[in-house]
Design a protein. Structure first.
Length: 94
């Protein structure tokens, strides 16, 4: 069955997102660890701050950020939101 692929699940999307997020952090010269991401994100995000558990879940590919946080996160690491998402339409996020 060549040419057939399984549909992307939210878990696949979150894992791929985490890899792209880590690469974007490293491109900025940051260590791709939750505490570094939390510190930089909370400095620039105008909404409610995130916890280290939230940034850990993003970096480990457990969850995708909410849309507004995704925009702030992309700005934080200096890339377009489509870059960290991989230009994929994302289903509902937590």
């Amino acid at each position: 069955m060549s040419g057939l692929t399984a549909p992307l699940t939210q878990q696949h999307l979150a894992h791929a997102f985490s890899l792209r997020l880590a690469l974007a952090m490293q491109a900025k010269g940051w260590r791709a660890i939750p505490s570094v991401l939390m510190r930089h994100f909370n400095r620039m995000h105008t909404g409610e701050p995130v916890t280290i558990y939230t940034t850990r879940s993003w970096l480990q590919g457990e969850f995708l950020p909410r849309p507004q946080r995704l925009i702030s996160l992309a700005q934080c690491v200096g890339v377009a939101p489509a870059t960290v998402l991989g230009s994929v339409t994302v289903p509902s996020v937590v």
